[in-house]
Design a protein around this ligand. Structure first.
Ligand code: FEO
Length: 395
């Protein structure tokens, strides 16, 4: 349990959660980490804490640098419990520490932990805190990820601590993206953005513009989850610009479920036909898939195809459940094709259409529907439908 120095006297003192596989519904096959940072100067500041059950790891790493009783400031960038769970214990261990947070952060700490009889320093964008040789600059970041959120910037060292921003759910004994593998980190960052931050894309785009106006340089971007970006920080910044703009490539994500394999047969046929047109295709049977990964692939797909048989005068319930999740994530700019099979009423396509319209996405009309089992003639028509999908992709 040793601290890791990012720059002179700036340390990672967080915890790695190798075992978590479900992060409030987000499937995390690679685990995650809760990153906290310690800045030692004439005054010493701890930026964020960890999930409560990892308090021991945090304290052990802090003790590797200083006695926690000597902490002067506890900066709370975000009140969600994966970062603030250890706050009450840290405050007990650090009786002199002043809490630095936004006004909403203060309200959140009181609501979560009853913290009120404590010294607070409430900050907003532009406020600074001198630690000695170093200065902390604060940038409020409401809704990235909660109303209380803010970023902390270590001015002299050009280190950005953006909490949930630019993070990944990824556990590793290595701390830096260049050590873990940048491509893997980018992939997990995309999944994280799609599942946590996508509904807040317009807010994040404005924040990126604001940061650009502040003309801050970043030697290191150290988020609160996953690997730390210390090389090529422009890559993750550019990716966020693309994701917030819903920039998509020649890619189709096919999401379906099936009862007696008719919808499945169509899904697989569409996938093969589109792949022959040099389109990247991802195929997911909802019941057999990680919904968080499906959303990650929708993020940069130009077209989404949703397939379902009719069951009980509705779409298949797994498809309905997935669309409910997707609706909350507010995807934009996608074209959506609908396909499936039915026995005696074409209910599934109507229900899917209702949900897609509620998301404000463009529907490729008409839907492609087959009674019972697709025959030879229908598979030929499906080929023509695939050509229309390819045209919608631009291939
Ligand atoms: Fe990682 Fe919004 O908490």
């Amino acid at each position: 349990m040793t601290p890791v120095e990012l720059k002179d006297k700036i340390y990672w003192v967080g915890a790695v959660d190798y075992d978590v596989r479900d992060f409030h519904g987000y499937v995390t096959p690679r685990g995650t980490s809760y990153n906290a940072y310690l800045i030692r100067d004439e005054k010493t500041a701890l930026v964020d804490t960890v999930k409560k059950e990892f308090l021991g790891d945090l304290l052990a790493r802090v003790r590797g640098v200083i006695d926690p009783a000597g902490l002067d400031y506890l900066v709370v960038n975000h009140v969600e419990m994966d970062h603030s769970g250890a706050v009450p214990d840290i405050l007990e261990a650090a009786p002199r520490a002043v809490i630095v947070c936004t006004q909403k952060g203060r309200e959140g700490l009181e609501k979560h932990y009853g913290i009120k009889d404590r010294a607070f320093r409430i900050v907003k964008t532009g406020d600074t805190l001198a630690l000695g040789r170093r200065t902390l600059q604060f940038i409020t970041a409401p809704m990235i990820h909660w109303p209380d959120s803010m970023f902390t910037y270590v001015v002299e060292d050009k280190v950005l601590l953006p909490n949930d921003g630019f993070g990944q759910h990824l556990a590793s004994p290595k701390r830096f993206a260049d050590e873990v593998g940048e491509d893997l980190c980018m992939e997990e960052a995309a999944k994280y953005y799609a599942n946590i931050l996508m509904p807040l894309g317009s807010v994040i785009a404005k924040k990126l513009e604001e940061i650009a106006r502040l003309e801050l340089d970043f030697d290191i971007i150290a988020p609160s989850h996953g690997a730390i970006w210390r090389r090529n920080t422009g890559r993750i910044l550019r990716a966020y610009q693309d994701w917030t703009a819903f920039k998509a490539g020649p890619k189709v994500t096919i999401v379906f479920d099936t009862m007696w394999h008719s919808t499945e047969k169509m899904a697989h046929f569409l996938a093969e036909h589109l792949a022959r047109r040099k389109i990247e295709v991802k195929v997911y049977k909802v019941r057999a898939s990680d919904g968080s990964q499906i959303v990650r692939d929708i993020l940069d797909s130009r077209v989404l195809l949703v397939g379902s048989p009719t069951l009980n005068a509705d779409m298949f319930w797994t498809v309905g459940g997935f669309l409910t999740y997707l609706r909350g994530l507010k995807p934009k700019g996608k074209k959506v094709g609908i396909f499936g099979s039915y026995g005696w009423s074409e209910a599934a396509s109507k229900m899917i259409r209702r949900d897609i319209e509620a998301m404000g996405l463009e529907i490729l009309e008409p839907a492609f529907e087959v009674q019972y089992v697709p025959g030879e003639d229908e598979m030929k028509k499906l080929e023509a439908y695939a050509d229309r999908v390819a045209a919608a992709v631009g291939q």
